[in-house]
Ligand binder design. Structure first.
Ligand code: PMP
Length: 423
């Protein structure tokens, strides 16, 4: 590697891929936006803890006590990673999708929701359709703020409102003006939740500094692939609502009533929405990843990632048939997530060839952001299948795209191999 700092050690670097052309090659994981490999450090932490695994909040034994401490310390580590304010809650969930569905479930009954059509389906779909105002795709960060500002100014009546916005696009990698959008939301008395699934792995997320009300992210996109996600932020709506899941752990006191029914007193902490035995390994892995990224230093990680982004973009710019997809233009700040189409190629076939001939793992399709990708491709095709896309015949206009994405574990060789393969 010829740049800045070495990549962080991750699992999977030694996996060999059989090639159709014969022989085998080390797997080049260039689909970090879907799931990142585990950091070696996360794996080591999990392995060191595994013998001590026990039930959380449910046992008097030593291992149960230890696991409970570990779970609660993990919550504190995530709060520190996100720069949470006093009184903020950190709820462990299964994923970003789960986190946003949890928030949707606790909204006040008359809450209006504002969401750009460009969002990932996890941000676009959890809300009840009747309460949502879908905002058209902006063509600059400034236009995003103006669009939101206008939509909020128009709303009637002034009941509770929530804005849901991504920090970094899972399609274009472009950064959204979160701080400005939060200011616009608050100026109109609305709240804002940040979908940080693609932002948190690449940039520090400071909930207080950005002045967002909630942040959601996934462990498996943050080098901790153990089934855990996070919803962090203001506690009032979370505490006022019925539990997202009803069951043990969420309930403080349950008693039969004289009329035969049951009275339940729910917890007012994060446990209110964490019924059932929690995923302590997943939570611990997320906390371990948060610490590892903080220790590596986001300045260092960003410098390395920008170097890789420049390599990929310069390489793609050399190929006349390639069109890189962008909402905000070439100069927009971005993370290591780049989508493109290749003239004369079906994107699915192109991605399959990168795998079969070069051992490179990318993604093709509409990336669970159908309205955005259709806008970017200038196509109104219907896409069958979950997050899938129809085949275009070779030579036809693309109905789907190819996405290359990378991060803290990516060596230069992987992006160099990719650039050589596309060229
Ligand atoms: N939001 C964005 C921006 C994403 O990229 C993703 C995952 N592709 C999600 C939400 C959903 O994350 P998960 O599948 O972990 O729930």
């Amino acid at each position: 590697d010829d740049c800045c700092a070495a990549p962080l050690p991750v699992l999977g670097r030694d996996v060999l891929v059989p090639l159709v052309t014969g022989g085998e090659v080390g797997y080049a994981a260039l689909d970090y936006a879907a799931s990142t490999p585990a950091l070696q450090r996360v794996w080591d932490d999990v392995a060191a803890y595994a013998p001590y695994y026990g039930s959380v909040h449910r046992g008097a034994g030593y291992l149960s006590q230890l696991s409970t401490d570990l779970f609660e310390n993990s919550r504190a580590a995530v709060a520190e990673f996100l720069g949470c304010r006093p009184g903020d809650q950190v709820v462990f969930t299964r994923s970003t999708t789960d986190s946003l569905n949890l928030l949707a479930a606790v909204l006040p009954a008359d809450c209006q929701v504002f969401v750009f059509e460009t969002e990932h389906h996890a941000s676009l779909l959890p809300w009840r359709d009747a309460q949502v105002t879908y905002l058209n795709a902006p063509r600059s960060p400034q236009q995003a703020v103006e669009t939101l500002d206008r939509a909020l100014a128009d709303r009637e009546p002034y009941g509770p409102a929530l804005v849901c916005v991504t920090g970094a696009s899972n399609v274009t990698g472009e950064l959204w003006p979160v701080r400005e959008l939060a200011a616009a939301a608050h100026a109109h008395g609305a709240r804002i939740v940040l979908d940080a699934a693609q932002l948190a792995p690449h940039h520090p997320v400071d909930i207080a500094g950005l002045d967002v009300d909630w942040v959601a992210f996934s462990g498996h996109k943050l080098y901790a692939p153990f089934g855990s996600g996070v919803l962090a932020g203001r506690s009032d709506w979370l505490q006022d609502a019925e539990p997202y899941l009803a069951g043990g752990g969420a309930s403080r006191k349950v008693a039969r009533r004289t009329d035969g029914g049951v009275d339940v007193e729910w917890h007012t902490t994060a446990a209110r929405h964490e019924a059932g035995s929690p995923n302590v390994i997943g939570a611990y892995a997320v906390a371990s990843a948060c610490k590892a990224l903080t220790e590596a230093g986001f300045d260092t990680l960003i410098a390395r990632e920008q170097h890789l982004i420049a390599k990929v973009r310069e390489g793609l710019a050399e190929v006349p048939e390639v069109r890189v997809l962008s909402l905000f233009g070439d100069d927009a700040p971005r993370v290591g997530v780049i989508s493109f189409v290749v003239d004369g190629w079906n994107s699915s076939h192109f991605a399959a060839a990168l795998s079969a001939e070069y051992g490179i793992g990318v993604r093709d399709g509409l990336f669970c952001a159908h309205p955005l990708v259709r806008t970017l491709l200038g196509s109104d095709a219907a896409a069958p299948g979950e997050c899938g896309a129809p085949d275009a015949a070779p030579g036809e206009k693309s109905l789907n795209a190819i996405r290359v994405s990378f991060g803290a574990g990516t060596p230069d060789e992987h992006v160099e191999r990719f650039v050589a393969a596309v060229g």
